[in-house]
Design a protein around this ligand. Sequence first.
Ligand code: DAH
Length: 428
Amino acid sequence: MAVVSSAHSTIFSKTSLFHHINGFKRFTFCLPFSTSAAVSLSAKKKWRQPVASSVLELGGNKIAKDDVVRDDPTNNVPDTMFSKLGMQLHRRNNHPLGILKNGIYEYFDTNYPNMFDKFDDLCPIVSVKQNFDDVLVPADHVSRSYNDTYYVDSQTVLRCHTSAHQAELLRRGHTHFLVTGDVYRRDSIDSTHYPVFHQMEGVRVFTPDNWEASGLDPTSYAAEDLKKSLEGLARHLFGAVEMRWIDAYFPFTNPSYELEIYFKEKWMEVLGCGVMEQEILKSNGRLNSVAWAFGLGLERLAMVLFDIPDIRLFWSTDERFTSQFSQGQMGVKFKPFSKYPPCYKDISFWINESFTENNLCEVIRGIAGDLVEEVSLIDNFPNKKGMTSHCYRITYRSMERSLTDEEINDLQWNVREQVQSKLNVVLR
Ligand code: DAH
């Protein structure tokens, strides 16, 4: 039985080490950790429309555009990303991501009253240490590459997972917490991948009095509690579904698992989790403890729960989308308002050594924004001189209107020009 391949499967389960980062010159970029208090579910927060201002306030930090986007070789954050930083879709109670977040809060609040501290406004700009070192991501892990992660400078990134906050929250004394936030990854383009998406992280720490009475060793005790809690969460969200646990690998947990559910005739990955590595607990002031942790992608689950067919819709401000969702209405099925025709354009070129599909997708997204639905490699062949040709098919489609030929031709013309100039490839 196939596992549904859907939004943002974890990169951390990969152990492959095929990328290398050059040692760039160091820049300092200080961002104090947000001191904002845990958010209580009952405190109904009104979300603000993001202002078209050039300064954002994120987790108590004032961030200007040129703090994040700079013309500098250690910075690979595209111009368009700044506006995404202020959106915080997960904090809108009438948005599918906010509704899902609140639905998960509800599960934890009902089953573990007053136990979990909730954070949903921690600054997404974090240090390389927070994002990778603190959660034991190996120095040569692929996720650290400039190809996969947005670097503000050589020591600062847009967090690529909410696990980036684990260590800091443990150090601040939290033992039960949920962290929800926007996360950023350079990636390919299709209906389930978008460079910004949302995750929720959960952590629970146990002390000896918890496991001693059980007769289990601490690790088994934590693993059992983890499985029980997350099976309950999956039932809360999906009803009486069949589930299975898959052994997995994550740098931050051991043992590690993925939870899959059988939903709409397919196995679907719901989350990654495991028993936290002792080193993380010890380095952050928790001796003689064990903990479990999990991380889940909100889009992946919301697309299934609300029948949302394309990940770009989460960003739509079209009323025909936004008006279909309201606070507390979990799993209302989205009714597609129309399907406008796609337009396909191919582009072929000889690649060079530094070519990557993520770089190509970034160039295309920079020009076409959310009008690009998919970029797929349709032909790949070497010539006798050892050069390699790639042909990509770009699907343009708006979710909100019909595109004109002229508009698409303009986009494609720009794409051709910039692919050539920015990626140094030879168009065919
Ligand atoms: N950080 C992982 C990712 O982004 C998800 C994850 C897996 C989080 C296991 C965890 C965990 O806390 O225990 O792919």
